[in-house]
Each structure stands twice: as C-alpha cells, then as structure tokens.
Design a binder for this molecule. Structure first.
Ligand SMILES: [Zn+2]
Length: 310
C-alpha cells in the first residue's frame, strides 16, 4: 500500500460543489459522496490526458497474489471490491489507499457509484469507440484474394459508412472512449507532430467539446438515454488534460460552461507531477491550470461562496 493523501477540498459555487484533490484515485472518495447525495449511480464525463481505465485493484490483487501475474489476482481484486461500503468514509479512504493509478473509474463502476463513463483523453485509446455500423463495414477479402488483388493492382474501395448517427453497444466495462484523433478541422492525414499543439489548444473549445458530446449522445443511447444532460452526471477534470496555457483560455467556452452548469458536481484532480510530465508549454504548472479552471467555474456558476474539507 502506498501512502496517499486522501484529502478532498470542496468549493461551493452557489449550490454547486467542486471537489478538488491531488491524486486522481481520490476521485473515488468524492464520487462516493456525490453518489450519496444523488441517490442513484451517476454518469461520468471525464477530461484527462490518460484514459485511467485499468481494472480496479489490479495492483492490490497482484500484491496479494504474491506479486504473481497469473489470473488469480482477479480473485483478490473481487474480494477487495466486496469489502467496500460506499457509505462508510473509512472504508472509502482505505479503498482509495489500495487503488493504484488509473483504477478509480472501473472501481467506481464496479461499486455502482457510476453507471457508465465517457472518456475524452489525449493518450492513445484502446479500441472502445467503434460503432456497430463501423464494425459491420464489409470485411476485406480473405488473405489469398487480397494477395492476388494486390499482385494484379486491384484495390477494392472500402464500403462507405452510413451517415451518422451511428449505434453503439454498451461495452461490458461500461466505459466509452470518445474519438479524439486530432483537433476539429484538421485535414492532415496522417496526423503529425505539427498537430499536437493546435489539438491541445482546443481542449475545452466549444467546437471540440460539442464534437465529443455528439458522439456521447450516440453512445449513451445504448443505456436508453438521449443525452448526458438528462441524467445526473459528474464532470471530472484531471489538470494534465491541459498541455498548453492557450488551452485554458478558449475563444468559445460555452460548451465547457454548459457541462459545468449541467453537472451534479465537478471533480478536479490537481496531479502536479503529471501536468509537468505531459505539458507542451514548459512552464505550465498545475497551480496555473487550477486557477484558470476555478475562474471558468466562477464564470459559469457565480463566485465561490464557501470552502471546506470532506
Ligand atoms: Zn491533425
């Protein structure tokens, strides 16, 4: 078990709570609290550099399994999940301390704190964002036909995709990855290092977030909803999502403000080490990102009226 600061500071902007902590795993504590207030499992909409969707308690399970990486770790992880009482603050604190990096989302889903998660991240995604229409697209010919075609210079055009909206199947882990190959409007193919900064700069621009929300609407239909805005949801932000200073001063902040206002609560992971690790602007720090995000919360919700610890 590694030492972990499980402190959560709550900022009240009018009736809305913004929960702030250093280590992203501590989100589990804030989310358990929000779940109690909401009375139902919530949807998570998370903005993060990394996808943070490892299975829950892998590190713990492997440790209890004598550091062996065979499948037996799952037994210990399952037992650990079963021991968490989400209304008991001490049980939650102890669970948070047993979580490794990137395990909090799946833990919250396993614990029925979250109903499902929608992830916007900059790091490469697992293959989790394929619509049924994309999967059904006519498969390429078998290998021998493909070789013969290739020798004869025959290229078979790919079947065009039907227009959107597409349909999605609810993934078994209830985690949806929203497509984020590049900035909205980029025509480069493939995307290059030149794309990196303009892509990062678009992080909370309306054009960018609306693009993610369109996909979110298509995906959330698999849960029987039309939009996250008709469900209680948590807007979760890991500050390492911001890689440039420009990203924190969007020209069009309306979609970001709509997400803040519509959320049951906002959670923010400061993660100063990861901000430094993935930043493009060499002097970007977590403190600066937090200050800017707080100003956006004020712009969306009104001034901060109260601060206390959870
Ligand atoms: Zn690009």
């Amino acid at each position: 078990m590694r030492p972990k600061d499980t402190a959560v500071t709550v900022y009240k902007f009018g009736p809305k709570s913004v929960f702030v902590f250093s280590d992203h795993a501590v989100a589990l504590k804030a989310w358990a609290h929000i779940r109690q207030t909401a009375g139902v499992p919530l949807i998570l909409f998370t903005l993060d550099h990394h996808t943070d969707t490892h299975d829950a308690f892998i590190g713990y399970g492997v440790r209890m399994n004598g550091s062996k990486w065979n499948d037996d770790w799952r037994k210990f992880a399952k037992e650990r999940i079963a021991r968490v009482d989400i209304v008991d603050p001490e049980a939650i604190d102890s669970a948070v301390r047993d979580l490794e990096n990137d395990e909090h989302i799946c833990a919250a889903i396993d614990l029925n704190i979250l109903e499902a998660a929608f992830v916007v991240a900059f790091s490469p995604y697992p293959n989790g964002g394929t619509s049924s229409e994309e999967s059904k697209r006519v498969a390429p010919p078998n290998l021998i036909t493909a070789i013969i075609n290739n020798l004869n210079g025959i290229t078979i055009p790919e079947e065009p995709l039907p227009p959107r909206p597409h349909t999605y199947v609810l993934p078994s882990r209830r985690v949806f990855y929203l497509p984020n190959q590049c900035f909205v409007g980029c025509n480069s193919q493939p995307h290059t290092e030149e794309c990196r900064r303009p892509h990062a700069d678009q992080a909370i621009e309306t054009v960018f977030l609306d693009h993610k929300l369109e996909y979110c609407d298509e995906m959330i239909a698999s849960l029987g909803y039309r939009s996250i805005f008709e469900r209680p949801y948590i807007l979760d932000i890991d500050l390492d999502y911001f890689q440039t200073k420009a990203a924190l001063s969007p020209c069009g902040p309306n979609a970001f403000y709509r997400l803040i206002r519509g959320a049951a609560a906002v959670t923010i992971a400061l993660e100063p080490r990861f901000v430094r690790l993935v930043r493009i602007d060499e002097d970007l720090e977590s403190d600066f990102c937090f200050d800017r995000v707080k100003k956006h919360c004020e712009a969306a919700l009104g001034s901060c009226s109260e601060i206390f610890n959870l």
